[in-house]
Design a protein around this ligand. Structure first.
Ligand SMILES: [Zn+2]
Length: 242
């Protein structure tokens, strides 16, 4: 059900539409969607992926986001148990899901999603000490500074926009929630996976050399991978020096 709401956010936030009104409706025939046709995942199968009134196909993204959200929530509860920290992490992951698909569709990361996430991550650290408030504040500052410096450097060195302002606040939010160590691991993962995919797409002729792919989804993916496996990555890295 949260995933279903996140679909609404993904569609409406970049269009500056209200999240509450009007109620769910088909984007083609504008017909209202009854609650019985709006049950996450189930209705998609039940309606065979089509609007009941006009038979317009329902985008596969809707069940994908619903299933993805359910999977992330389940993993978080299995990983962190029933705890205050878990509640904050579920909010964090929800924001990451919305950001990922808005950035894929529109190439923007709305500050209205990332900016509230920064104090939210800091509050979580004060309440749970996981990470400590000092690590969270450092993470938020270093995360913002890192992307900002790279963006300025790329602008000067290559006269090309590399990362946008949304990436600055996004990595800052990731730092606030995960602390500076895991934030750096997230960023490293995002850079490596983003570069690999870009080179692959250029080699395959899908993307031109001057082409752009949004960086937000890679940061979000990096944060998710790090959230569940980051401590192991850091242990492994440190063991190289022992
Ligand atoms: Zn319709």
């Amino acid at each position: 059900m949260v995933g279903s709401f996140l679909n609404v956010c993904i569609w409406r936030i970049p269009r500056d539409e209200s999240l509450a009104l009007p109620g769910s409706h088909c984007p083609r025939c504008n017909g209202p969607i009854g609650w019985y046709d709006n049950i996450p995942l189930v209705s998609f199968v039940w309606l065979a992926g089509r609007c009941r009134r006009c038979k317009a196909p329902i985008h596969w993204r809707y069940p994908l986001v619903e299933g993805l959200t359910a999977g992330l929530y389940l993993m978080t509860v299995l990983h962190s148990g029933i705890a205050i920290r878990t509640a904050f992490l579920l909010l964090f992951l929800s924001v990451l899901v919305v950001i990922t698909f808005i950035d894929l569709d529109h190439g923007i990361i709305p500050h209205i999603l990332t900016l509230p996430g920064i104090p939210l991550g800091l509050i979580s650290s004060v309440l749970t000490f996981d990470p400590s408030p000092l690590e969270a504040v450092t993470g938020a500052l270093v995360g913002a500074g890192l992307v900002y410096l790279i963006a300025v450097y790329a602008e000067v060195a290559f006269q090309q926009e590399s990362m946008g302002g949304g990436d600055v606040t996004l990595l800052s939010m990731i730092g606030a929630f995960l602390g500076w160590r895991l934030m750096l691991v997230s960023f490293g993962f995002a850079v490596v996976s983003g570069a690999c995919l870009s080179l692959g797409l250029i080699a395959a002729g899908v993307l031109s050399r001057k082409g752009r792919i949004p960086f937000g989804p890679f940061l979000a993916l990096g944060a998710v991978v790090t959230l569940f496996a980051g401590d192991r990555v850091i242990d492994w890295y440190m063991s190289l020096f022992r």
